[in-house]
Design a protein around this ligand. Structure first.
Ligand code: ZN
Length: 139
């Protein structure tokens, strides 16, 4: 079974996610740069992880990341067979924050910590919201 299917569900924007989810629809991944100390924080940060300041500027991620860890969740289908649902990966963005996303790859056994990845913005059919997935960097 291929593990390279994109997620079929898209996140629903709320107060904390609306800004960066709008960025995903435009093909950008907006991070939160702390104006006080320069630390780059994850998109949902309300307080800087380094200095606790609450004023940020938007910084577009380069789209490059490094694989930190991953897992292959399984589910039991209607026939009772257990099958993998995909690869869920934790990646460190080049700007510093870590991000969980589906990793589209054919073989989870071929993955290794430190693998270079890039972000890709995929359409979820019929939803009108793109999702971010991770793919191996081919360059
Ligand atoms: Zn800060």
């Amino acid at each position: 079974m291929t593990l390279s299917k994109p997620p079929l569900q898209a996140p629903v924007p709320n107060r904390r996610t609306a800004t960066f989810l709008a960025g995903w629809n435009e093909g950008t991944f907006p991070l939160r740069g702390c104006i006080a100390c320069g630390t780059v924080n994850e998109p949902e940060a309300e307080q800087c992880s380094a200095c606790s300041a609450t004023k940020f500027e938007s910084i577009d991620a380069s789209g490059m990341a490094t694989l930190v860890s991953w897992t292959v969740p399984h589910h039991r289908n209607v026939g009772g067979d257990v099958e993998p649902t995909g690869i869920l990966a934790l990646a460190e963005l080049d700007e510093g924050p870590w991000w969980w996303a589906a990793l589209l790859a054919d073989d989870a056994d071929a993955l290794e910590v430190g693998l270079r990845l890039r972000l890709r913005f995929d359409e979820v059919p019929g939803v009108g919201q793109r999702v971010v997935v991770l793919v191996k960097d081919a360059s």
